[in-house]
Write a protein that binds this ligand. Structure first.
Ligand code: ACO
Length: 332
């Protein structure tokens, strides 16, 4: 049974330290011009000092919870999406539960890379539809600067750190905000974006090199995959939502590359003024990019509420997810 779900709060947090393209050109053979023309990125916010993925996620979660009006003790599930949490265990979700005082929440982390928020929304919807949850907190928090080889110009210029959070609640007023949702995975293309686990066999069994957890990516193949596979998937979700593409106010895509965003806009024939992008400021923050773009655009008045929007993400796995949503006033 499908029950009405309210998107009740959204929040985001980014670290203070800003690193420009020119700064990066001091450590790798690159230039502001190359990065800007190929990706649209101008700056990224990076973690410094003792701040971690957990701290960013906590800050974003607090904002989303405050906006939602839900009390921490009313949260039934916390789902965290992070490429690399502060620890592998305890999970980021368990750490957030303790810090928020969300005592009755069941907590776990998911690995769906840049589609993490939408995967979290799909899982939340299933819990709500089955009666297992009334309120779910999804936290996407990405310490990507900790997963990069800072001597590899092909990847280190593309990513930034940040966190976004969303609270979903059973809608007491009966208005459903998740009009449709679709999730996809294509594991046979997993080699396009990888990050090795540092785990190795016991040294009594064999000698091993130190493990290195770095993101490696075949950017060209990712680009081709996204621009060919994502538009039909988005169109299918729009059709399921009962809305027409030109009736939807905003397109909030995962912020991976401005050229990909422009290609999506063109292939979907989406109105330019409705396309949300902040990749210039934050680069690719993986699962956090959609909630950051959403909450920041609402805060800055670039997105006017109430409205309808397509949220669409894709990433390592390969994974993809799209939700067509209604956004009410006062959620961010
Ligand atoms: N500065 C200068 N030159 C560079 C840099 C750099 N930072 N990086 C690569 N180059 C060079 C390459 O060495 C190559 O040089 P060569 O021709 O002498 O061999 C040349 O630039 C072209 O390299 P390509 O990798 O072919 O460049 P491309 O035009 O494909 O752009 C990019 C690369 C920006 C990564 C693009 O492919 C892209 O954005 N792909 C999509 C990536 C993406 O969306 N990822 C999202 C998922 S991430 C996740 O899920 C965690």
């Amino acid at each position: 049974m499908s029950i009405p779900i309210k998107i009740s709060g959204i929040g985001y947090y980014v670290p203070e330290t800003v690193i420009s393209n020119d700064d990066l050109a001091k450590i790798v053979d690159t230039s502001d011009e190359w990065i800007k023309t190929r990706t649209g990125i101008e700056r990224r916010h990076l973690l410094s000092g003792n701040e971690t993925a957990f701290d960013m996620g906590l800050a974003a979660a607090k904002k989303a919870i405050e906006k939602s009006g839900v009390k921490p003790e009313e949260i039934d599930y916390i789902i965290a999406a992070a490429c690399l949490g502060t620890h592998i265990y305890p999970s980021t979700a368990c750490e957030l539960q303790a810090a928020l005082g969300a005592d009755k929440a069941v907590c776990f982390d998911i690995t769906a890379a840049c589609a993490g928020l939408i995967y979290g929304m799909g899982i939340s919807k299933a819990f709500m539809d089955s009666g297992m949850a009334k309120n779910v907190l999804i936290v996407a928090t990405e310490a990507l600067s900790h997963c990069l080889d800072w001597s590899d110009r092909g990847t280190c210029v593309l990513f930034g750190d940040g966190a976004g959070a969303m609270v979903l609640s059973v809608a007491e007023d009966g208005q459903n905000d998740i009009l449709s949702i679709g999730l996809r995975a294509q594991g046979d293309l997993g080699h396009y974006i990888t990050m090795e686990s540092p785990g190795k066999n016991c040294s009594l069994v064999e000698q091993n090199d130190e493990g290195q957890m770095y993101i490696k990516m075949n950017g060209r193949e990712v680009y081709k995959y996204v621009v060919t596979k994502l538009p039909p998937h988005i169109e299918e979700c729009v059709e399921k939502s009962g809305l027409k593409m030109d009736e939807i106010d905003y397109l909030v895509p995962h912020q991976a590359n401005l050229r990909i965003i422009e290609a999506l806009e063109k292939r979907l024939n989406f109105k330019h003024e409705g396309v949300i992008s902040n990749i210039q400021e934050y680069a690719n923050t993986s699962a956090a990019s959609i909630p950051i773009a959403l909450a920041e655009s609402i805060e800055q008045g670039k997105m006017k509420l109430p409205c309808t929007a397509i949220l669409t993400g894709f990433g390592a796995g390969m994974t993809a997810g799209t939700a067509v949503v209604r956004l009410r006033e006062g959620i961010a």
